[in-house]
Design a protein around this ligand. Structure first.
Ligand SMILES: *[C@@H]1O[C@H](CO)[C@@H](O)[C@H](O)[C@H]1NC(C)=O
Ligand SMILES: *[C@@H]1O[C@H](CO)[C@@H](O)[C@H](O)[C@H]1NC(C)=O
Ligand SMILES: *[C@@H]1O[C@H](CO)[C@@H](O)[C@H](O)[C@H]1NC(C)=O
Ligand SMILES: *[C@@H]1O[C@H](CO)[C@@H](O)[C@H](O)[C@H]1NC(C)=O
Ligand SMILES: *[C@@H]1O[C@H](CO)[C@@H](O)[C@H](O)[C@H]1NC(C)=O
Ligand SMILES: *[C@@H]1O[C@H](CO)[C@@H](O)[C@H](O)[C@H]1NC(C)=O
Ligand SMILES: *[C@@H]1O[C@H](CO)[C@@H](O)[C@H](O)[C@H]1NC(C)=O
Ligand SMILES: *[C@@H]1O[C@H](CO)[C@@H](O)[C@H](O)[C@H]1NC(C)=O
Length: 389
């Protein structure tokens, strides 16, 4: 009962513990959102920025109401901008749980504040449902983060999949090439690189024969390194954060005559778009003017495998427009805050899923344990486990 601050809550506890509808009127749910806003780093904005994401909450709320998941509930929202900073994440989590007496925290959306917020939330037994970019495997630790539930993929599930995949085909040796380009506020390949190291240590029959961050390599150096790699590995795992790196790498392979059945390049992706990141295939040159070698690149990509997450099951165009339009409406009322020609952020669907997941978990929690469990973070986050579609 640590989080039952209000008299309302005590009344429910003593009078109607297992009822599904709050007595004496509507159930009040205050939802706290946390994400970055107005970041100078464009990649943070396009992945999880507030103005391009927050509207997804309203879309999820419509579905929650349509499915009657939490009938007779009055939702209110507060939001905090953590700017991907750990201290802001922990501070605002205290504010949400203790000062503003929110019922749940939806966010943060970047890895550093997630660790801090998750720790604070554990202290208050405060439910925290995170979304956003790829998360470090630490958050899978249910002892450290008992009140945390996530719809973000962690690097742990990716490396487990990778190892399973390599073992399935009895590939015991591989090279790992990566390039870190993204802001370290929302890392991808650096987490993956360290998790792959750990995974290899834990697999008796698996060896990483070569590893290199090629972010600072010129094209000539890259080719030189590939010549060296040729003798060491035939399975090449790659993790890239920019589109041009993907194509450049395959072009270098092609120039070195490595597009044969002897080599396989495995792209580790998390954008749910497979070979077709927004606006065209991976093999397409986006430079102006283009180099005219797209057919060679396409041929090279035929020798690659992409390991990616399942695409979102939604109609993107409508979703995009609604997310952008919703920021002007309740509860945000932020008129003119965003250039309307922009698309929703890439993780906005993830935010919608997360809020829906919370509603669904709370529904199950109240049905099983009564209204008094409304703020029991550990129970609610346990209820989040399961399959959804
Ligand atoms: C973000 O930037 C816009 C435009 O400069 C400004 O109107 C808005 O108040 C800023 N939002 C926050 C939360 O700082
Ligand atoms: C849970 O959802 C169902 C509809 O799916 C609804 O009938 C029920 O009242 C909900 N329970 C609670 C506790 O809100
Ligand atoms: C919901 O709660 C807010 C804040 O307490 C209040 O202003 C609003 O009137 C309530 N709405 C309904 C439908 O009860
Ligand atoms: C390791 O993998 C190789 C190739 O698949 C196989 O021949 C060997 O038996 C495996 N060793 C162990 C200890 O599993
Ligand atoms: C790449 O270059 C940048 C800027 O010179 C430097 O900060 C960074 O440490 C370099 N990275 C690697 C992997 O060498
Ligand atoms: C989304 O999922 C539902 C249920 O699994 C399925 O019926 C529908 O065809 C899917 N839609 C798309 C666009 O994949
Ligand atoms: C928005 O998304 C669509 C479809 O993915 C794409 O064609 C368009 O270029 C995007 N617009 C912007 C401004 O990025
Ligand atoms: C509420 O439900 C839980 C689980 O179904 C049960 O253990 C508990 O005794 C119930 N409490 C009341 C007051 O009925």
């Amino acid at each position: 009962m640590l989080l039952c601050f209000t008299i309302f809550c005590f009344l429910i506890e003593s009078w109607a513990q297992n009822s599904t509808v709050a007595p004496g009127g509507m159930r009040q749910l205050k939802v706290a959102l946390m994400m970055p806003v107005n970041m100078s780093d464009a990649s943070v904005e396009s992945n999880i920025g507030f103005y391009r994401s927050a509207g997804a909450v309203t879309i999820a709320l419509e579905r929650i109401q349509l499915e009657n998941l939490l009938p007779n509930t009055n939702f209110t929202f507060v939001w905090y901008f953590d700017e991907c900073v750990g201290s802001l994440g922990s501070g605002y989590t205290v504010e949400a749980a203790y000062v503003d007496k929110a019922d749940v925290l939806i966010g943060p959306a970047c890895p550093t504040p997630v660790i801090y917020s998750g720790t604070v939330a554990a202290f208050y037994n405060f439910p925290i449902f995170i979304w956003g970019t790829i998360m470090p495997s630490d958050i899978n630790d249910g002892t450290r983060f008992p009140t945390l539930a996530s719809t973000s993929v962690t690097t742990l599930s990716i490396t487990l999949t990778l190892m399973e995949f390599l073992i399935r085909f009895q590939w015991n040796e591989f090279a790992f090439i990566y390039a870190i380009r993204r802001s370290d506020l929302i890392p991808k390949c650096s987490y993956l690189a360290s998790d792959i190291d750990n995974a290899v240590t834990n697999e008796d029959n698996m060896t990483m024969t070569y590893k290199r961050n090629i972010a600072n390599d010129s094209y000539e150096i890259l080719k030189e390194k590939l010549v060296g790699l040729k003798k060491l590995a035939r399975i090449i795992l790659v993790c890239f954060e920019s589109l041009s790196d993907r194509r450049t790498f395959m072009m270098a392979m092609s120039e070195l005559g490595m597009i044969t059945d002897d080599y396989l390049v495995v792209f580790i992706e998390t954008d749910r778009t497979g070979f077709f990141p927004s606006g065209g295939g991976m093999w397409v040159d986006r430079n102006v003017p283009p180099d005219g070698k797209d057919d060679i690149a396409l041929k090279a990509f035929e020798n690659a495998i992409i390991l990616d997450l399942q695409p979102y099951n939604l109609s993107f165009d409508t979703f995009n427009q609604e997310v952008i339009a919703n920021i002007e409406k309740w509860p945000f009322y932020c008129v003119g805050c965003i250039d309307k020609s922009l698309n929703a952020s890439s993780r906005a669907p993830n935010l919608a899923d997360t809020f829906y997941l919370y509603a669904s978990s709370l529904n199950k929690t109240i049905a099983q344990y009564g209204e008094s469990a409304k703020n029991d973070g550990t129970t609610i986050s346990n209820m989040a486990k399961g399959e959804y579609n």
